[in-house]
Design a protein around this ligand. Sequence first.
Ligand code: GLN
Ligand code: ZN
Length: 765
Amino acid sequence: MVESSVLGFPRIGAFRELKKNTEAYWAGKIGADQLLAVGKEIREKNWKLQKEAGVDIIPSNDFSFYDQVLDLSVLFNVIPERYTKFDLPQLDVLFAMGRGLQRKATETTKAVDVTALEMVKWFDSNYHYVRPTFSHSTEFKLNGQKPVDEYLEAKALGIETRPVLVGPVSYLYLGKPDKDSLDLKPISLLEKILPVYTEILKKLAEAGAKEVQIDEPTLVLDLPEEVQAAFKTAYETLAKAEGLPKLILTTYFGDVRPNLSAIKGLPVAGFHFDFVRCPEQLDDALALISDKQTLSVGIVDGRNIWKNDYAQSIEFVKKAIEKLGADNVVVSTSSSLLHTPVDLENEKKLDAEIKNWFSFATQKLAEVVTIAKAVSGEDVSAALEANAAAIKSRKESDLTNDEAVKARLAKIDKSLSTRKSPFPERLAQQKAKYNLPLFPTTTIGSFPQTKDIRINRNKFVKGEITAEQYEQFINSEIEKVVRFQEEVGLDVLVHGEPERNDMVQYFGEQLKGYAFTTNGWVQSYGSRYVRPPIIVGDVSRPKAMSVKESVYAQSLTKKPMKGMLTGPVTCLRWSFPRNDVSQKVQSLQLSLALRDEVNDLEAAGVTVIQVDEPAIREGLPLRAGKERSDYLEWAAESFRVATSGVRDDTQIHSHFCYSDLDPNHIKALDADVVSIEFSKKDDPKYIQEFSNYPNHIGLGLFDIHSPRIPSKEEFVARIGEIMKVYPADKFWVNPDCGLKTRGWEETRASLTNMVEAAKVFREKY
Ligand code: GLN
Ligand code: ZN
């Protein structure tokens, strides 16, 4: 019998229960006990759902209140000292590390003021993990036993699970040294961390766990030699320890082949590969498996929402069975299902034809089970027939194909993707036109999305207020934001994006070729979830999408107003993309739609235009090589197609966030001004790298994921650091990203301090 397995299930709850309760806890509206109970309920539901679906291998410890990597840092005591000195309960330490904490002293508690750890993209996904931060004084030891507790919790429900842990090599390699230990290479801590891995694994075995899924996703990256070598050290050491569960070394999101020699012959019970992302690695994977090992075949997509093509998958899994035998093959999701929405059944508004093409996490449970049954010889013919019909309907549907879009795409050439003059000439014209001071201040676009905004948007969606009433409300919000920025003294203003639920969804809803969910939430980080729209067919823009709001905002002020758009690559990356045409084609289709919008904004008098590309870095193929260089080329081309229809004196901005951006990767976009998330970057060498960036740049000065307010002195110190290596005449002053998740109070205070700091430097230079 071939078994079925799932590598992880979404933990946000079918109706965002985790978000609602976590935020209520942060706001002091519910206690820790209540939040913990909600977590327990979600776990129970998830396990039962999987059990009922017939999944053989069900994960545990895939739940987290914030992030599974952060959980591991807390479990292993990788907690920088700045978080431990306030005597906070462990749950609050975890949240402080994840999002920072600033709290006034009370009669019984000390004042707390601590920034969050750095948060980075989880490989090429839109999930973010909290980066483990090591210092010379890090002392590994177990703080509690979360994986064991959750294993036992499932067991008490009568459900046997397979605990999940991020493996030692990936855990270390995904981390970084703390500011006080910049010379420390995390991987050098391997020998020190293995004892705590041994200890927690032993505890799991004692609790009854027979097998553990040990995630080593870094195996799909280009790894330095010492990291490759670390796998042997790590897994041979663990194999020598007595009384540990079996380990399934799990990789996902890509091609393991370049690192095969690092894992060949490792004494583990089996391997998991992602064959959705890289089916080409099957032969090498098969050759790697010894007769005592199993191969977990990741064939049901953990990253996208398209229905599995059963006929194809069954044929694929059969190849593995032929070589290894049915008992050594497991049918699995390609990665954790964390990256997919919970349940398609909760979508009541989707067109029935389109809905039949999709499969969300809950539906994917049935998919692994059905494929496992089919290859085990069970009769699942009804399911196979229904599946074949759905696959055929999608392929042949008119909703997917638009000839006019295809024709326009074929005409893209160099003239469509080049600004009229090179940057120095544009700069001269822009200087004359806008006459900005040195250290110009601006924000990234959004202002606090208050409850009032959400209530009014909901009312409008439900038809409880008219379009005119809604427009009036949005206009009053825009006016508030404009007046606020004038008061604070910012130089280049924004309208605040109150009309946008989400920066991709907002545009997606106005583009042809997109479909939407009402409840398809996916965790992005902590309590922030997104609802990615779905690209189902060729994309085009029926009419202007953002001009009205920007024109209104500009009419309220003499200061330059930035029109605000989401770039083609980000629209693509933060949607569920098609899997039947290339990403390049989808990106260029989006760029043509956006080009029309950019040109319309300019024609309407909005001549500073920011086209955000926060997702450009996460889209970078994980390995160096042709796929990566091709990506960089089409990503930049898409941006330029969108933005180069304008005059020289129109100033094009772009914005990037969340990740380790390489300045070389964004040069080809040729934006006049870029703003980048930077407040968590402490390495002076990295700051230095940006000083070669030819155009103008704003290195983000404060973390917008945290409610913490930096003081004026802190801003001055930070800008001072940057000025040691950065030319003052190219530098812009701005936060890391948009302010939509922040409250007004902290926004006012932070921006005021930021503007005051800019003034200090204007006087100096
Ligand atoms: N303009 C967007 C905002 O400010 C950018 C968001 C992002 O980069 N994630 O919200
Ligand atoms: Zn951003």
